[in-house]
Design a protein around this ligand. Structure first.
Ligand SMILES: Cc1cc2nc3c(=O)[nH]c(=O)nc-3n(C[C@H](O)[C@H](O)[C@H](O)COP(=O)(O)OP(=O)(O)OC[C@H]3O[C@@H](n4cnc5c(N)ncnc54)[C@H](O)[C@@H]3O)c2cc1C
Length: 322
């Protein structure tokens, strides 16, 4: 029997490490990631201010997994009905069959085809993005930095840019632009209020209810007709699903299952919890969902192994805090 874990971020590593402990030795565990290391993504913005942190934010997978086989490959497609994934390894395509799987491929930055935004803005998903934002901040001294999108990453990027400006004397004005009527819109109101107070205290300008329509080398254009100049433009305005899932965050219910035994976990899924609430994308929720997915895979492995006619009852996830 083979269990596959696609992606070794927060969700994937949590699933894999639990299954390493729980599953019988006879069950193969394969972890597939395009990178040889885990990225501590929720600290990525800190590299803008402290570039030396980059090394500590990457953890080689071999150091944290004990018995799983690690495959460095790009997942290009997953067929949950057939239990087959398509991988790309050094330009060659191959198939990986599995009995049960956790799809933990995270999310990509969504640019929504807004004219000029992908071309003129830097997203923040990888270390090289953080390094680019840092060097652009130095090049933009005395100017205006605009962050499009006030979700978790956007508010933290804005905070880092303001702090970098203070510590390095860059004299940058920082503005966060958010389409919704408050910052951190996927999270609860009290959390959003606390974030807003913190942004205000740091002198970061906040434009809520402001929809970015386009960008060019001078700045951004808003839907209400205004333009904002930007010497530095960062785009954290949204996420989309991984290409292996057709670019969509796959909708899943609280048991996280699609097909018979494929679980979608973390940012890759658009999860509705057991109370019918949409679950925001965060490292915290990815880890908590992963615990449920690991439990469910363990139950399904036992059901198949015992073959006594007892159907496994799947555990469900409920969101409590970001
Ligand atoms: C700047 C920033 C700050 C953040 N701050 C916070 C915070 O304070 N608190 C919080 O809870 N969350 C925060 N987040 C969000 C958090 O990082 C994500 O929600 C979390 O990483 C999601 O975990 P995941 O396991 O679903 O995906 P990821 O952690 O993104 O892991 C996905 C894994 O899949 C691999 N992968 C992707 N595509 C492929 C492919 N095709 N083939 C093979 N491998 C692939 C990647 O290499 C990666 O290892 C922040 C995010 C950013 C960018």
């Amino acid at each position: 029997m083979r269990v596959a874990v696609f992606g070794a971020g927060y969700a994937g590593l949590t699933v894999a490490r639990r299954l390493e402990r729980w599953l019988p030795e006879a069950v193969d565990i394969v972890v597939v990631d395009e990178s040889p290391s885990h990225l501590v993504q929720h600290e990525l913005h800190r590299v803008i201010r402290y570039p030396d942190l980059a090394e500590t934010l990457t953890v080689p997978l071999g150091e944290v997994l004990t018995r799983a086989t690690v495959r460095q490959a790009r997942v290009t497609g997953i067929d949950p009905e057939a239990g087959v994934a398509t991988l790309e390894v050094s330009g060659e395509r191959e198939s990986l069959e599995y009995d049960f799987a956790a799809v933990c491929l995270g999310a990509e930055t969504a640019f929504y085809d807004l004219p000029g935004v992908e071309e003129h803005a830097t997203p923040l998903k990888r270390l090289d993005h953080a390094e680019t934002i840092r060097s652009d901040a130095f090049d933009s001294a005395g100017g205006h930095a605009v962050v499009g999108g006030a979700g978790l990453s956007g508010i933290q990027v804005a905070g880092e840019l303001a702090a970098l400006s203070d510590s390095e004397g860059l004299d940058l004005d920082v503005t966060v632009v958010e389409m919704a009527d408050r910052v951190a819109p996927s999270f609860g109101e009290s959390f959003a209020r606390a974030v807003r107070q913190e942004l205000d205290a740091r002198g970061i300008a906040v434009e809520t209810g402001a929809t970015v329509e386009r960008a060019d080398e001078d700045g951004i254009g808003l839907a209400d007709g205004r333009t904002l100049s930007a010497d530095l433009l960062v785009w954290t305005g949204g996420i989309r699903g991984p290409d292996a899932l057709g670019g969509e965050r796959r909708p899943v219910n609280a048991d996280l299952v699609v097909g018979d035994g494929t679980f979608v976990v973390g940012d890759a899924g658009a999860v509705t919890d057991e109370w019918g609430e949409a679950v925001p994308a965060s490292a915290q929720t990815a880890v908590r969902e992963a615990r449920i997915a690991a439990k469910n895979i363990d139950r399904l492995v036992r059901e198949r192994r015992d073959d006594d006619g007892e159907r496994a009852r799947l555990a469900t996830y409920s969101f409590d805090s970001p």
